[in-house]
Design a protein around this ligand. Structure first.
Ligand code: OAD
Length: 326
């Protein structure tokens, strides 16, 4: 009992030490009270969330990483997220004259009036943005054999564009790559749907005359079948990385609660979200608050991957079609 009490206490103390505060500072800024974790050699070194996770990875303690991502991973590519006040998409929809911001992605609203979504879709169609360092970091996880799966809510296609293979990727909110009738789900050629939308026309289903839309998931629609792979993936995860999401939208948000309670969860985001808003944090929870590109770069440096990621990014970007360049 004594041993288990001590183990529990040391884990609580460790948790307090590795919890880093906004702006990437530790709980205390005084050097004498900086969080300290004893290294195996016995020397004491200050560690934050990134150092702790980086150390686990370097020690080979992590082999099945699940990444859960949202719009925040693409702001570095120039794509606004949804909910950041002022700059987020939902704060900038006045011109569409819709009753409330999320109506633009509501299937019943679309059924009644598809025009606001189609106007927005002209801007959302992939092709104008490039993946950024964060995308390539995730691809590097794959190249190192560490990525079990990436679950993304994004519909910008940048995960695929940076080379994360299909079998490693779950686009939980769909994509523009395919299209179908929103009423009878009859498939429709995606390129034809895009051409019609770009010209300001509504693509019409040849079977039931309903409006065709790209297969991005709207509020009120089912998630793609691939999403349900989570039931197998999350229990297998030995590290969960949560990046650039407000964790506001279900059922996706609750995925983060389906890893074992002992599995480390690392949140990289500007603000604490979801279960990371609660205090105290769960024993195995770590977060690094601030700009995602900075945090990911720091983690890459800790892992000794930074140059490799830059080289990968440069060589891959050079191979992408020039017309796609921003
Ligand atoms: P949100 O806009 O709700 O959340 C993005 C999160 O990323 C916020 O917490 C931001 O603070 C953070 N963030 C943005 N840029 C960042 C940066 N450079 N560094 C660090 N953090 C940053 O976007 P999602 O969570 O992806 O669904 O939204 C989820 C779903 O809501 C979307 O897939 C979409 C939307 O309605 C549908 O359309 C069905």
């Amino acid at each position: 009992m004594c041993l288990s009490f001590l183990t529990r206490m040391s884990s609580i103390i460790l948790k307090c030490f590795v919890f880093s505060m906004k702006g990437k500072s530790y709980q205390s800024s005084s050097p004498s009270t900086k969080p300290i974790l004893s290294s195996p050699s016995g020397s004491s070194v200050p560690r934050g969330a990134l150092e702790t996770i980086g150390r686990l990875m370097k020690l080979g303690r992590v082999r099945n990483i699940v990444v859960v991502a949202g719009a925040g991973i693409s702001t570095g590519s120039g794509i606004p997220d949804f909910r950041t006040p002022g700059t987020g998409l939902y704060a900038n929809l006045a011109k569409y004259d819709i009753p409330y911001p999320e109506a633009i992605f509501n299937i019943d609203y679309f059924s009644d009036n598809p025009h606001p979504f189609f106007s927005l879709a002209k801007e959302l169609y992939p092709g104008h943005h490039r993946p950024n360092y964060v995308h390539y970091f995730i691809r590097m996880l794959h190249q190192k054999g560490l990525l079990l799966r990436m679950y993304t809510q994004n519909i910008d296609g940048l995960e695929k564009l940076c080379g994360i293979p299909d079998d490693k990727l779950v686009e939980a909110h769909g994509s523009f790559a395919t299209a179908a009738c929103h009423l009878c789900y009859t498939p429709y050629p995606a390129e034809e749907a895009k051409q019609a939308i770009m010209k300001g026309n509504v693509p019409i289903c040849t079977f039931c005359a309903g409006a065709v839309k790209p297969n991005v998931v709207f509020f009120g629609e089912d998630l793609p079948e691939k999403y349900f792979q989570h039931a197998e993936d999350f229990p297998k995860a030995d590290l969960l990385m949560i990046m650039g999401t407000s964790l506001k939208i279900e059922p996706f948000a609750s995925l983060v609660n389906t890893v074992k309670s002992t599995v480390p969860r690392l949140l990289l985001n500007r603000d604490p979200v979801g279960p990371f808003e609660r205090r105290p944090l769960r024993r195995a929870d770590y977060m690094e608050l601030g700009d995602l590109s900075d945090s990911v770069r720091k983690l890459a440096e800790i892992l000794g991957w930074h140059t490799e990621i830059q080289d990968l990014m440069n060589s891959h970007e050079n191979g992408l079609p020039v017309m796609n360049k921003q």
